[in-house]
Design a protein around this ligand. Structure first.
Ligand SMILES: [Fe+2]
Length: 186
């Protein structure tokens, strides 16, 4: 049972809406140009699987998005709580930033929280294994993997340089609940 959720806040911090059903999350996010899909592996996977095997399990979905959005490459990354750089890696994405690239992440397993700030609202999405989310180009956002990150993700890229973060300089991320608080809500 996947327990993903979307919490919408006003940018000043007022709670506007909580959505936990897939259709509802997908519909609201599509209104701001964000893809939210659920993928199933076509072969059974385990935590130790190679990048190639993970790609094979999701080949149809990966190919569909590659064709539809002209992605040039994709890879698989994973992070576990024993990573000595986990705090540094967490910090890197915790401040509001944009990319010129379309950022797409599929969670093979594990979880993380995306914060999207496309207008005067902040859309907080707790993604879990099975979820795919996109961040449209130039949309202010940040990401929190928590203090004990544990996930494996497929990433799709249009250009390698496009993924470099441009920080907006805003401190808005500091005023919103972090990963630990979000996963406990609801
Ligand atoms: Fe980002």
């Amino acid at each position: 049972m996947i327990m993903s959720k979307l919490i919408v806040y006003g940018e000043e911090g007022s709670l506007l809406e909580e959505v936990s059903d897939f259709e509802g999350i997908s519909r609201r996010l599509s209104e701001i140009g964000v893809l939210f899909e659920r993928w199933e592996p076509k072969i059974s996977l385990s935590v130790e699987d190679s990048e190639d095997r993970v790609m094979e399990a999701f080949k149809e979905d990966i190919d569909r998005l590659m064709n539809e959005y002209s992605f040039k490459s994709c890879d698989v990354i994973s992070l576990t709580p024993d990573n000595p750089k986990k705090e540094e890696l967490r910090q890197k994405f915790l401040d509001e930033h944009t990319h010129s690239d379309f950022e797409v992440r599929y969670f093979v397993y594990g979880d993380g929280v995306f914060y999207l700030h496309p207008n005067d609202k902040v859309y907080v999405v707790h993604c879990e294994g099975g979820d795919l989310i996109s961040v449209p180009p130039n949309t202010p956002h940040w990401f929190d993997m928590g203090s004990e990150p544990n996930f494996k993700c497929i990433r799709l890229f249009t250009t390698p340089e496009g993924w470099v973060a441009q920080y907006t300089g805003s401190d808005i991320a500091k005023r919103f609940p972090r990963y630990e608080e979000i996963v406990q809500l609801g």
